[in-house]
Design a protein around this ligand. Sequence first.
Ligand SMILES: [Zn+2]
Length: 417
Amino acid sequence: MTLRPALLALLLAACLAPARAAVFVIGLDGADPGVTGALVKAGRLPNLAALMKDGVTGRLDTLSPLPLSSPSIWTSVATGAGEAKHGITGFVKPGGAWFRSGDRRAPALWNMASARGKSVAAAGWLLTYPAEPVNGVMVSNNYFMAIGTHSAVYPPALSLTTPRAFAFESGAGPALAARLAGVPLPALFPFMPPLGTYDSPDFREHYLLEKLGDYALADEGWARVGEELLERGAYDLFLAYLPGTDRVSHLAWGAYEAGKSGGKVPFAGLVPAYYAYTDALLGRLLARAGKEDTVIVLSDHGFKLREGAAPLTVVSGDHRPGGLFVAKGPELKKGARLAGPLLDRDVAPTVLYLLGLPAARTMDGKLAADIFREGALKARPQEFTDSYPAAAPQGNGENLPFTPQELERLRLSGYLQ
Ligand SMILES: [Zn+2]
């Protein structure tokens, strides 16, 4: 068989074109910079350690109002806009309904990149339900909710091998929870005591293990979804989000703090074990990143002991300002620590720059110039555009009910009174 000249020229052009480098942005909700630093030093987070060694590490701050709200901060990360501009204040609107993707008043990275012809895969980013039309694929953060709903993915026909009911159907929760908590497989699993007995140690242990199983499986599910998207296609921009570090820290922070100061309390090793578990999931996603790709791993805030909480109260951890920011890439500093913090709103213009796209003058954030190598920005100056088009309208989705589990989680983590 001989190749026709036109085809040959096409093939040759494809070989000579520079390899298309991608940008990976992976969010670890509530991953505390202090815990991360200590565990990296102890050799327990090999994947984050490798990123830090080859990249640049700093702190992520926010100007969103207190109390720190994850949906607000992650939306600032994605839009380059502050809360006053993007309008997402939390999970639930003042009127009592869930915030939805269409409530966001500023275009997000997946909208902006799509508008400029870049390909996008986004998995689990907060408040992306109903899934938005993108130049690629989106799996909204409600994908694993245990109710039948359409609009969880884009394109609507997208079919994933990780089922919607993965976390609920796999039955692997108890064993996974017991392994992470370092306890024998609980005999009473699943266990639901009468409400109002939150303070009994038995209740706490069973409650914590049951939740831990759910959270760990949800993160495993998100890792599988991310792996599958990356196996099926190549994207200019890949975004993923793992919620578990935040959820587990709310429950086990008191035990972690007590363990650090030498106390022998149950679950003292759980927060570190969960970080190690998350690092392994991160490693599976990053195994799909090429040498020329840029990787950003970040968190929205850190954690502290809840005021007045004892090591054994059910919810003992609260958000504290200051998240993690780690980035590695061909244009970035290597093995560097940033002197000052980045703002959440600086991430989007920085990712746009890395994609070769202009920042919008309407953004509140600016390029995080400090993370770049000497001369990198001079060699390729930042470009600007007046604005990006508003996000394309989403499907209507369904009015998601508030399940008792979701309400309980929002209440325990301080989002609802
Ligand atoms: Zn939280």
